[in-house]
Design a protein around this ligand. Sequence first.
Ligand code: HOZ
Length: 427
Amino acid sequence: MKRTCSQKLFKEAKKLIPGGVNSPVRAFGSVGSSPFFVAKASGSKIWDVDGNRYIDYVASWGPMILGHTHPAVVREIRKAAGRGTSYGAPTAAEVEMAGMIVKAFPSMDQVRMVSSGTEATMSAIRLARGYTKREKILKFEGCYHGHADSLLVKAGSGVATLGIPGSPGIPMGLAELTVTVPFNDLDAVKLAVRKHGKDMACIIVEPAAGNMGLVPPAPGFLEGLRKLATRNGIVLIFDEVITGFRLRFGGFQHFAGVRPDLTCLGKIIGGGLPVGAFGGARKIMETLAPAGPVYQAGTLSGNPLAMAAGLATLEILRDDCDYGALERRTRLLCSGMQTLFKKKGIPVTIARRGSMFTVFFTAGDVADYASACRCDTKRFAQFFNAMLRHGVSLPPSQFETAFVSFAHTEKDTEITLEACRKSIAEL
Ligand code: HOZ
């Protein structure tokens, strides 16, 4: 498989863009290779500028649950573009979007649209601080909530991939306001709340962590957070930027049976266009300007193209999609992979929830960031590169989650398993 055009572009990009990419994990640094540059994508496939075709399990890091260039989504984007690409004024589509989200999330009375997941979590934290008049926040090691200053402490995703403990550029005074504890460790949360509870504005958590690889919550963990937050007047924030509309029409919170005070969304609700949202109980949301004093704003918030793509995606998910079938497809893929690894005696743990999965190169359970870090990342890199050579694109880091879309077919599963068999033989 030749990638000469991609390599040439990467060389040029490195002169003009820091590290050659506009988001760090894309540089393929942790897997010791260089990225393919994308020419186009359709359904479950993505093509690079050298004409190579891959089955795509990155799915733009989650948004493309219907597959790439879904005709109805593309049609709605085109129609919206013809009417204008940005107005900086309210539209009916924003009201429709808010209605659709609020209906799907009983924990939300109101929702504010923004332009990215980072903006959603950053704004939700400001809102929690303004609402409680407290400054400290609690987050979990290995969880990633975008790159706002308060949240880049012991973060997952690219921060974990590059092994950066905390980012330069974040004022010490601000980092000190972020308390971190291990994911799934309720006792550690209790201790932290005992120590800092009176000053704690919020607990923010990915209800199923997706940015240290996929790490589902232990039984009772989210319920425990809910109890602690309620007892101590702390705002509980679920970051469902990845999980929102991914496992069912609604959020992971429905499975857990736990209602957060605020929920952050992104990815799928934008149908592949830049979007984010945060919402929750009216009494908290109405602290937000112009209803209340906590300021938050954005020129492109509720952008008409993003609303059109998001609404088209959500309507199809609501009316035409069988999440159970998507889960079964993903389960078959994961159990097939597990069998192939077992046959060769290579220890892996495959975490899966719905259509999300991560192949962890470790024999042990992965329940938190420390156990994720025990994975054999060198072997992961070898596997990743072999799969790519055999036409399958996985996320280029051990600390990310792969996504199956409604466009993935039975044939894709067969081809992926064959690629997996060949890749394992090459390890
Ligand atoms: N931090 C993103 C995944 N969790 C990666 C975003 C990107 O590179 O596009």
